[in-house]
Design a protein around this ligand. Structure first.
Ligand SMILES: Nc1nc2c(c(=O)[nH]1)N=C([C@H](O)[C@H](O)COP(=O)(O)OP(=O)(O)OP(=O)(O)O)CN2
Ligand SMILES: [Zn+2]
Length: 125
């Protein structure tokens, strides 16, 4: 029988300012400095490992996710290397690159702006 495969997910929030570079829609307001409340979810996929019977410790995922979100919280996203154009897409990649070394089973990152109903998902390869 093939083993059960699970997905565990942890979420964290941060508030940050950003602006997008010119080059998108003409007359776009996104080039002006503004802020959002963001939520990030990280999902790790795998078998439940014995003897505990879990994919990974959710507390460890929580710690790692909060550490990255905390570095972005109340900051200007554009100042972070890799976030010079801080779209939701780039934020997904930013979180994935930092979590993957510690969580090789990382399968999905979702970054959203819940108050305006926008989200982006990265399926991590
Ligand atoms: N594919 C993407 N499209 C857009 C992104 C993105 O990250 N990926 N980001 C933006 C801007 O960040 C923009 O601030 C989003 O705001 P908007 O959808 O306009 O909603 P707001 O409530 O903030 O603005 P209102 O003018 O009040 O509607 C755009 N697109
Ligand atoms: Zn924005």
């Amino acid at each position: 029988m093939s083993p059960n495969i699970f997905e565990i997910t942890k979420a964290a929030g941060f508030d940050a300012a950003h602006h997008l570079p010119a080059g998108g829609a003409e007359g776009s307001p996104y080039t002006r400095l503004h802020g959002h409340s963001f939520r990030v979810e990280a999902t790790v996929r795998g078998e439940a490992v014995q003897p505990v019977g879990w994919v990974a410790d959710l507390a460890e995922l929580d710690r790692a996710l909060r550490a990255i979100a905390g570095e972005l919280d109340h900051g200007l996203l554009n100042e972070k290397p890799g976030l010079e154009s801080p779209t939701l897409e780039r934020l997904c990649v930013y979180f994935a690159e930092r979590l993957k070394p510690e969580f090789p089973g990382l399968s999905r990152i979702v970054v959203s702006r819940p108050t305006i109903g926008e989200s982006c998902a990265l399926l991590v390869g």
